[in-house]
Design a protein around this ligand. Structure first.
Ligand code: SF4
Ligand SMILES: [Zn+2]
Length: 464
């Protein structure tokens, strides 16, 4: 991109997906070890913005010591005739994409979860000031989103200021999220899709509905609507909802068509409210992931911020690897925190009644949306450390999952059909082929849970 020839580092889509490992990093901002971090976009009026201005509140890159992890806030303020507050979420999400265009810079996650690494090579090449990054962002935002007429960028590295602004930012995120609550998927005729993450996960498309927030937790249905309107050729597009094919599972004809088109036929069906069958795909930026725990026939949910081991002995990162990549994997389901507040949350799988374990902090965040009678029966890391303890806990609390364990055989839908050709049956039974019939034997096991060490098939004796 010649637009950046005056910059010390290269800028372009080819750098997206670049990973920076700890030994190669010069500094990092945010991430797991740094609680205070955020990025925020705000719509302002024209006279509130000094176009192109980049400010840093606190120490700049070259004043930070090599190898360190620091707090950071990024505030992007925009103005323009067509700029409205509904666009804030989508503009904010572009920070992720644009930072990743910068050679030697890695940006992960969103909102209060950001994690940015700068590598040593790019620092030495001259990317030693946030001012430079700010200039790059200003140019990218203006060239890619022409509705932005004025833009200013503020980086905050001063720790107390980051903390103060983070709590304000949280209120803004909350207000955005709560806006779509109350609106029902059946009541709207448009959903929105986002393919911003296809550079990392080529077969991933987020389907954003009023009751299913984008996986990254950064784009609501309102944000999607505003974005598709002002930037119809951009990564966020309108999906004609179409026919309701399955209300419980959340399957819509328009969603299936859009998924098929945007994944070039890779994904043909999506059931929005289930982690089984045709689950919504996940790129890598989901805020949390639901994972099936077969031993209790329920789910655990772990969010990105949880640093310990989950109840199945695996950390978030391992579970995230199993979930990511734009695949449809039964029992692994990337989701946003806001979706956990939705009445449609894993509706087809039993919703909250199916949840066995979540981290204590996350539980606190969504507590008001968990059915009252279930709150105490969902375990956290403070209650149990492994599956055996979890089982005992759920039993002790009378969690609805326990009923499932007893009823499971009757509820199981598995049907095992074995058809053996006559010749094999003849071998197994020692009967002449002619007395068996062309179809052989058919063994159907319905609603069964059977453990057998040996299967013996004998010809029935003829009753006289
Ligand atoms: S996670 Fe989904 S909604 Fe969020 S940026 Fe990626 S594709 Fe778009
Ligand atoms: Zn993503």
């Amino acid at each position: 991109m010649s637009m950046f020839s005056d910059m010390p580092v290269d800028v372009g889509v080819i750098y997206e997906g670049e990973r920076i490992r700890k030994p190669d990093m010069y500094v990092e901002f945010g991430g797991l070890d740094v609680p205070a971090k955020f990025e925020l976009a705000r719509a302002r009026s024209m006279d509130e913005i000094e176009d192109g201005n980049v400010r840093t509140v606190g120490p700049d890159l070259k004043e930070l010591s090599e190898g360190g992890s620091y707090p950071l806030g990024i505030l992007i303020e925009v103005a323009g005739k067509q700029i409205e507050p509904d666009l804030e979420g989508v503009i904010e999400r572009r920070i992720h994409a644009y930072c990743n265009y910068v050679e030697g810079l890695m940006h992960l996650n969103q909102r209060y979860d950001i994690w940015i690494r700068l590598n040593k090579k790019s620092f030495r090449k001259g990317l030693n000031s946030l001012e430079i990054l700010g200039k790059i962002l200003v140019r990218l935002f203006k060239s890619e989103l022409p509705i932005i007429e004025k833009i200013q960028v503020t980086f905050i590295t001063d720790p107390p200021t980051v903390e103060k602004m983070l709590s304000e930012a949280r209120q803004i995120y909350d207000a955005r999220d709560s806006r779509a609550r109350g609106l029902k998927d059946e009541e709207v005729d448009s959903f929105y899709g986002c393919i911003l993450c296809q550079s990392f996960a080529p077969t991933h498309v987020c389907v954003i509905t009023p009751q299913r927030y984008a996986n990254c937790g950064a784009i609501s249905w309102f944000d999607g609507r505003a974005s598709a309107r002002i930037d119809p050729k951009g990564p966020v597009f309108r999906i004609e909802r179409g026919e309701i094919l399955d209300k419980l599972r959340g399957e819509f004809s328009g969603v299936n068509e859009a998924a098929k088109e945007k994944t070039l036929g890779e994904v043909t069906r999506v059931c929005l409210y289930s982690a089984f069958g045709f689950p919504h795909t996940s790129c890598g930026c989901f805020e949390a992931t639901a994972f099936y725990i077969p031993e209790v026939e329920g789910f655990g949910i772990v969010d990105r911020g949880f640093v310990g081991m989950t109840v199945n002995g695996l950390p978030f990162s391992t579970m995230a690897d199993s979930t990511a990549g734009g695949r449809q994997i039964d029992g692994f389901h990337g989701l946003s925190i806001e979706y956990m507040r939705s009445p449609k949350f894993l509706q087809a799988d039993g919703g909250w009644e199916r949840i066995a374990w979540i981290p204590a902090k996350l539980k606190e965040r969504v507590k008001d949306f968990i059915p009252k009678e279930l709150v105490d029966s969902i375990a956290t890391e403070n209650d149990v450390k492994n599956i055996d303890e979890l089982k005992a806990f759920l039993q002790g609390k009378g969690h609805p999952l326990v009923d499932r364990w007893v009823k499971a055989p009757a509820e199981a839908v598995a049907e095992v059909t074995t058809e053996l050709p006559a010749s094999e049956v003849a071998q197994l039974t020692g009967l002449p082929v002619t007395s068996i019939g062309a179809g052989g034997f058919k063994i159907i096991l319905k609603d069964a849970k059977i453990t057998a060490r040996k299967l013996i098939i004998r010809a029935a004796e003829k009753k006289g």
